[in-house]
Design a protein around this ligand. Sequence first.
Ligand code: F6R
Length: 261
Amino acid sequence: MEVIIYPTYDEISKAAAAVVAETVNNKPNAVLGLATGSTPLGLYKELIRMHREEGLDFSHVTTFNLDEYVGLSPDHDQSYHYFMDENFFKHVNVPPENVHVPSGTTQNYRAFCEWYEDRIDECGGIDVQVLGIGSDGHIAFNEPGSSLGSRTRIKTLAKQTIEDNARFFESKEDVPIYAITMGVGTILEADKLLLLANGANKAAAIGAAVEGPVSVACTASALQLHPDSVIMIDQKAAENLKMREYYEWIQANKPGAPNTS
Ligand code: F6R
């Protein structure tokens, strides 16, 4: 687990975009795992800029999103389909047939979840998975108590998450109670995990995820089990980290690429 603390949100976004761009440049048919929420907005903005100004090409890329609210159709302005179209897909050249976002309106959730898992496998697995973190430590919508081996399924949202996400809806009552989400086990199979967080309201969750025990109480702590997970955070989100100085020391003394081979 690599913890990198940046001075600003903008720098987190640019660093995360550089990792995604490198993945796509090295493997034009890369499979990207994507997240919604406010955290990755800067990353998408930077990727769109790179596409427009530097020719970053997504024409062979496939994407899988982490989750979707149950009951919201793709044209609902709070659905994650809509979010992804508005904030990323309509500005870049990922072929629409390569885009996968879980369905919030399928007639058979069990069958859909199995299909989603199979589809990830058919596409060769996820090369890099972008993650945010909930203030209760969730990744995707794997709320506290979710099995660390869980697969794509329906999940009941925690009260805390409903409260956190009420800011996007007219009222708390409008926030859906269920979501369809990749499981923790599904996420852990990605080759690389990139978890982004900023702001003081994420400090407790980041502390538990990075330095707490691996536990269903904070599903992001499962990243400790992954051989290539990178945690990109700002100073405020780093406030609860006991080994903060050590993470900063590691970054300051990181060997340069030419000397590592
Ligand atoms: C969204 C997702 C969620 C968010 C988390 C943080 O696809 O998977 O786990 O990443 O709720 O949301 P923000 O970024 O809005 O604080």
